[in-house]
Design a protein around this ligand. Sequence first.
Ligand SMILES: Nc1ncnc2c1ncn2[C@@H]1O[C@H](COP(=O)(O)OP(=O)(O)OP(=O)(O)O)[C@@H](O)[C@H]1O
Length: 254
Amino acid sequence: MNNKVVEVKNLVKNYGAKDFQTKALKGIELTIYQNDFIAIMGPSGSGKTTLLNILSTIDKPSLGAVILDNMDITRISNRELSKLRRDKIGFIFQDYNLLDTMTLQDNIALPLSLSGVSPKACIKRTQELSGMFGLTEHLKKYPYQLSGGQKQRGAACRALITNPEIIFADEPTGALDSKSGRELLECLKKINEEGRATILMVTHDPFCASYAKDVYILSDGMIKCRVSKGGERKEFYDRIMDVQTSMGGDFLCE
Ligand SMILES: Nc1ncnc2c1ncn2[C@@H]1O[C@H](COP(=O)(O)OP(=O)(O)OP(=O)(O)O)[C@@H](O)[C@H]1O
């Protein structure tokens, strides 16, 4: 059995004051093991973003715990949080979040250089990762000279460069055309299969989710079911679609 990376215990999130409360998460229990590739799906308003924001330390829960490295990361100091975000967690956002004034190479290497790694080692690691993501010839370019797909693959390299314990991805293909989305997902799948990344992504897209190994369906702030891969991706996609249909239609955001 693989090691536990993140343990989510009885996570509750209520927004607003007592009389006008929205119960966004109603007691989520979830364990993420090393080398998992998990997709969280669910209808609009089911709590996906809320869950991801709490797991990735952007927001705090009303109740419950998120254990990473024997620490409850919902209760640590800001200083410990910065270190945790820098060393242990990688993020891939829908809109890339690359810095416009830096080349792709410098963008990818940024988390490493901030950690004080030598320029030579930064370049070596950047070249290795960017090669895996088909970006070698684009490293000297600035973000405005790159396609959306190239930018997002660059953002994935930046998320991976410190070898974080876990990568959180928020609709990573949301702004990409289908070909670029597929290229990104193939890269993430490969790096996960090689045992180099544990990934949790939120998506409303069954095609995107079918690249994961397990899909958790959120509904009304609770995990309603888990669909695990087993066979081929296409067969997994069909099963995800079946579950989606059986739960009353598609999960597309409005
Ligand atoms: N800052 C907030 N204040 C009050 N209510 C909020 C806030 N953020 C989210 N909510 C509510 O919490 C519930 C869960 O929202 P959340 O954004 O997590 O859903 P989601 O599954 O990510 O939806 P979508 O797929 O549309 O992005 C919704 O009912 C939403 O209206």
